[in-house]
Write a protein that binds this ligand. Structure first.
Ligand code: GDP
Ligand code: MG
Length: 295
């Protein structure tokens, strides 16, 4: 069998987490239409007849501007070093922007080219594009790096994802699998629970609440087939707390219900979810708070 690790890097929002979920066929990384949804690296393992492919989903690589982002960028850079194969993902609807160029530059300058790590370019979201529009975009990207493969695909619909898998396995060498057959992620249920709650908060608050949301699991208990989970939604300002709670608690209730249903589906158990909203000023710059939240 074959085994290898592929790191997926790219600007926020291009579809990295969606691809990991599609390949692993499970919800591992949360997905949203807001950038910076993925805050720390997440490992997903896909099991195929050909072998095992470990995928490292990374936060978007971009300029650090406060404590949290420095950590995110570091996580992304570490990931690149750990991988056998690098995949840079871009949104195929646009020509390379400053952010894409920077990611590509970083990847090619970081990679230990002497070890010859293959670099793939994944041109995503082709379900939203026509072929004639795709070609100039691919040509523009072709100039920017020495790609081993350029793969247009749709992470969302799965279009061409099998082809990507074949190309990836063609690059990997014979190796024993590193993971048990039922292992799909190193993300604990606890982390998954926190991520799912955070996803629901982001979904329900849309543009009103930017990145000032974190979720902390206060209690995680198993009682037979029931999981008792208590979580705090941490925001930075009182006004944000009011937004999350909503009129007479309606929004918080909806967040709780949506999160509970998702958790029950993912973990195949009954879940009792108790949510609270807490205000912690500037948690993103607070080292202690970041450690508590697991970043
Ligand atoms: P990430 O920040 O790179 O991890 O991006 P996400 O995986 O969170 O995806 C960002 C947004 O793009 C989400 O709304 C996804 O549903 C959407 N998306 C991702 N891949 C595709 C795709 O292939 N086609 C379409 N139409 N949307 C996609
Ligand atoms: Mg992501």
């Amino acid at each position: 069998m074959k085994f290898g690790t592929m790191a997926i890097v790219g600007c926020p929002n291009v579809g990295k987490s969606t691809l990991v979920n599609t390949i692993v066929k499970q919800k591992i990384a949360i997905v949203s239409d807001k950038p910076q949804t993925t805050r720390s690296r997440i490992l997903g393992v896909a099991h195929f007849p050909e072998g095992q492919l470990a995928l490292l989903d990374t936060p978007g690589l971009h300029r650090p501007w406060h404590q949290l982002n420095k950590r995110m960028v570091q996580a992304a850079l570490d990931t690149v070093h750990d991988a056998d194969l690098l995949a840079v993902m871009v949104d195929g609807r646009q020509k390379p922007g400053a952010g894409d160029r920077e990611v590509i530059e970083q990847v090619f300058s970081l990679t230990d080219r002497s070890k010859n790590k293959p670099a793939f370019l994944l041109v995503n979201k082709i379900d939203l594009m026509s072929k004639p529009k795709m070609l100039p975009v691919i040509e523009a990207y072709q100039q920017l790096g020495e790609w081993s493969e350029i793969v247009p695909l749709s992470a969302k619909t799965g279009l061409n994802v099998d082809r990507l898998r074949d190309l990836v396995f063609a690059q990997l060498s014979e190796h024993e699998g590193a993971y048990e057959e039922d292992f799909v992620t190193d993300q604990s249920l606890r982390c998954l629970a926190a991520e799912i709650v955070r996803e629901k908060v982001l979904e329900q608050t849309r543009k009103e609440l930017p990145y000032a949301v974190a979720v902390k699991i206060d209690e995680f208990k198993e009682k037979g087939r029931l999981f008792l989970i208590a979580a705090s939604i941490v925001v930075e300002k009182t006004g944000q707390k009011a937004i999350v709670i909503g009129k007479s608690g309606q929004r918080l209730k909806e967040i709780g219900t949506a999160a509970r249903l998702d958790l029950e589906r993912e973990m195949c158990v009954k879940v009792f979810l108790d949510l609270h909203v807490k205000v912690r000023g500037a948690w993103r710059d607070n080292e202690q708070m970041l450690i508590e939240l697991g970043y």
